[in-house]
Design a protein around this ligand. Structure first.
Ligand SMILES: [Cu+2]
Length: 127
């Protein structure tokens, strides 16, 4: 066990490796204001992602059903936060996927995707 302890100490001593507190946590996407698989009638102005621990959101992309990229007004934030809001553009009804890459405190890169369908307004009213 001596060797393991030495490894732990050297990891803790490495400067800049852990920017936020003592917790060495592997972050998860806990919740988002658009749920994976959601059918929505009205697109919110933004989607907010909630993570289990603070992360730096490195990349967010939006793809349509053909896999084409839809430009987002998103600037990667180096600053770690447990919640990140990303503005959504006006898009036509259809199926979309939000793909995110975030880096957690422990240096792990996490990828998540959220697929949703924006349904036609009159289709929404008939339900
Ligand atoms: Cu991790």
């Amino acid at each position: 066990m001596k060797m393991l302890r030495a490894l732990v100490i050297s990891a803790l001593a490495a400067p800049g490796l852990f920017s936020g507190g003592p917790a060495l946590a592997h972050a998860r996407l806990e919740d988002a204001t658009i749920a994976d698989g959601a059918e929505i009638a009205e697109l919110p102005a933004e989607c907010v992602f909630h993570f289990s621990t603070p992360v730096a959101l490195a990349r967010v992309t939006l793809e349509n059903a053909s896999g084409e990229n839809i430009p987002l007004d998103f600037t990667p934030a180096r600053q770690e936060a447990a919640s990140h809001a990303v503005s959504l553009p006006a898009i036509a009804p259809g199926s979309y996927t939000l793909i995110l890459r975030a880096m957690s405190d422990d240096g792990h890169v996490m990828a998540n995707s959220i697929s949703f369908t924006l349904i036609e307004q009159d289709e929404a009213e008939s339900r």
